[in-house]
Design a protein around this ligand. Structure first.
Ligand code: ARG
Length: 260
């Protein structure tokens, strides 16, 4: 190869190389700009009718899930935005991409797994039965043929539906079911243990039965196949569990002596 040929080959190679480099750099900037607005915001779908996991303090949604989600967003260097909606709208919001994830004291169930993927679990929970203090209902078996109040679309709703001859009254908010119980419109409420404690404390003449229904686990729901976000959340959750941050958040909202 003569000198001229060598130089032109080198020049072509350098050119091709720099073009490629240039091209990829441009692409990077573009994709950053395109998604810039959304990519640093993490939208959480929830139903803020569920103390101590999510509820309003003034016009701010606070609670265990809100704070865990905030801590996750911080780990990921993103800004959290909370969208409050009906409980049974959360999964549709996640599957349609309106929300990035759902965090709502949501129990992992096989049925829900058909529509969303769940992160690692971050809390265990139970379904309990609330009755009037003088009720003759003493356990799950006594619910046969009774009028049972639940929050629409929750696992309590599903369990109550399985009880023989029971009439299930579905309310949009768990607390509305508890109020109906106070007013004598229904015989019992089936709901998660921690909100049950909060609601019973706010009402008169109600008690929670000792015998719980189920053991459940809460996790965060992401769109099916969104492994990237699911893994990022799992990594953040692992860090927050290890650093004691999750325990700290839970302790802020649930006093140790009444934790299950
Ligand atoms: N753990 C129950 C479920 O997953 C109830 C959750 C209700 N959560 C709420 N934020 N209202 O069905």
């Amino acid at each position: 190869m003569n000198m001229k040929k060598l130089i032109s080959t080198l020049l072509i190679a350098a050119c091709v190389f720099s073009l490629a480099a240039c091209g990829s750099k441009k692409e990077e900037t573009e994709s950053k700009e395109e998604s810039g607005k959304e990519s640093d915001t993490l939208v959480m779908a929830t139903n803020a009718e569920f103390p101590p996991y999510e509820y309003y303090e003034g016009d701010e949604v606070v609670g265990i899930d809100a704070e865990i989600a905030q801590a996750i967003a911080e780990e990921l260097g993103m800004t959290l935005k909370i969208e409050d909606m009906a409980f049974d709208s959360i999964i549709p919001a996640v599957t349609s991409g309106k929300a990035d994830f759902g965090a709502a004291g949501m129990t992992v169930t096989e049925d829900r797994k058909k529509n969303v993927d769940f992160t690692d679990t971050y809390a265990t929970a139970t379904q309990v039965i609330i009755v009037k203090e003088d009720s003759d209902i003493a356990g799950p078996d006594d619910l046969v043929g009774k009028k049972i109040g639940v929050q629409l679309g929750t696992t309590g709703d599903i369990y109550a539906g399985d009880i023989e001859d029971a009439e299930v009254e579905q309310y949009n908010k768990g607390f509305e079911a508890v109020q109906a119980l106070t007013q004598g419109k229904i015989d019992a409420v089936v709901i998660d243990g921690e909100p049950a404690k909060e609601f019973v404390a706010q009402a008169e003449g109600l008690k929670i039965l000792d015998e719980a229904f189920t053991e459940e686990e809460y996790a965060i729901a992401v769109a099916k196949g969104n492994d990237d976000l699911r893994e990022k959340i799992n990594d953040a959750l692992a860090k927050l569990k290890e650093s004691g941050k999750i325990d700290e958040i839970v302790a802020k909202y649930i006093s140790a002596d009444d934790a299950e």
